[in-house]
Design a protein around this ligand. Structure first.
Ligand SMILES: [Zn+2]
Ligand SMILES: [Zn+2]
Length: 342
């Protein structure tokens, strides 16, 4: 089974945190955290539609300027999510530049900012041509734990303690549509962009009795098509299986309350990206600085039954000890798992 999302850390584990999540079948990506983005190619930055900022310490938000620099003057829509106080941080960034010439821009850049509170999510709109002054209308919706939702996936979030509210994040693919190559061959159908349309129709739960056209394309031009019922194709060429889960946890103190919230947020994650700023020998410093140790990260991963674990956000004090992080986390993971009742 090939995953629809291919997450990768933007930087090495000693540098600014950030997870870039491109979509396999679209020119589109999500971004968790907005630290230094120089390692991303401009064409990748321009794929980003939604950015989820855990909190606005510099190492998680300094990439805002670079992001805006790439999107300025383009016809694009961006969604940014952050914890309480996020509007003020974003507006502070906007107000640090002069915008006297943007009124004449032909293309419309729209930025929706969502501020996540425990009980509700507030939304403000900023328009480039209007010099990024917030629109008067502020939207509000209840926070039921899902902060963004689309037909094919949703994003769950939890407010965690980092001596400032910090978002823990989990990307959940609603289900996975696997195309059976042999079945395509049997029907004499080509691989092509129509498969994206087909998957989208399934994610959107379109009527199985509705018409669906399979198209043959050359240089973006349809040269041949064949007509089917959506439900017929679904039975013949697709297999539906559970979707993937990708957890992202950073900048949290390892208290019982935080750990319990994290475990339920990222339960059964296929991949868990989790900070380990310190080693267990320095757990008192970790606690003072409201960060996790590698051991705590390994324990959380085991309790959540995560299938793949990736550590990041190492303190520079351990420049020579990179491999110790993995070892310490893995030991804690295995110890916990070995003592689980069957
Ligand atoms: Zn940090
Ligand atoms: Zn922080």
């Amino acid at each position: 089974m090939r995953p629809s999302f291919q997450p990768r850390l933007v930087n090495n584990p000693f540098q600014d945190p950030g997870l870039f999540i491109p979509f396999r079948f679209e020119k589109r990506a999500l971004l968790f955290d907005l630290g230094d983005l120089h390692a991303l190619a401009p064409r990748d930055i321009l794929k980003i539609t939604h950015i989820f900022v855990t909190h606005t310490h510099m190492d998680h938000f300094i990439g805002f300027d670079m992001l805006l620099r790439h999107f300025l003057g383009r016809h694009k829509t961006l969604h940014l999510f952050g914890p309480p106080g996020f509007f003020a941080n974003v507006e502070g960034k906007f107000s640090s530049y002069t915008w006297n010439l943007v009124g004449e821009y032909e293309d419309e850049l729209l930025i929706y900012v969502h501020e996540v509170h425990p009980e509700h999510i507030l939304q403000k709109t900023y328009v480039c041509r209007e010099q990024f002054k917030a629109k008067a209308l502020v939207g509000s919706r209840p926070n039921n734990g899902v902060i963004w939702s689309e037909p094919s996936f949703h994003i769950k979030a939890e407010l965690l303690d980092h001596r400032t509210p910090c978002l823990g994040l989990c990307l959940v693919e609603n289900f996975y549509v696997n195309i059976i190559k042999g079945a395509l061959d049997e029907l004499g159908l080509p691989v092509g962009p129509w498969l994206n349309r087909f998957k989208q129709a399934i994610y959107e739960k379109k009527d199985p009795g509705s018409d669906f056209n399979v198209t043959w394309e050359q240089d973006g031009v349809v040269i041949k098509e064949r007509h089917y019922k959506l439900g017929y194709l679904l039975d013949k060429i697709a297999k539906i299986s559970p979707g993937k889960r990708i957890g992202y946890i950073t900048d949290v103190i390892g208290t019982e309350e935080n750990c319990n919230k994290i475990v339920s947020l990222v339960k059964d994650a296929d991949a868990l990206f989790i900070e380990a700023a310190f080693l267990d020998k320095d757990r008192e410093i970790a606690q003072k600085k409201f960060h996790l140790t590698a051991r705590q990260a390994g324990l959380i991963a085991a309790q959540a039954r995560a299938r793949y674990l990736k550590l990041f956000h190492f303190s520079p004090r351990y420049a020579e000890e990179e491999e110790v992080f993995e070892k310490e986390a893995l030991e804690a993971y295995e110890q916990y798992r070995d003592h689980l009742p069957n």
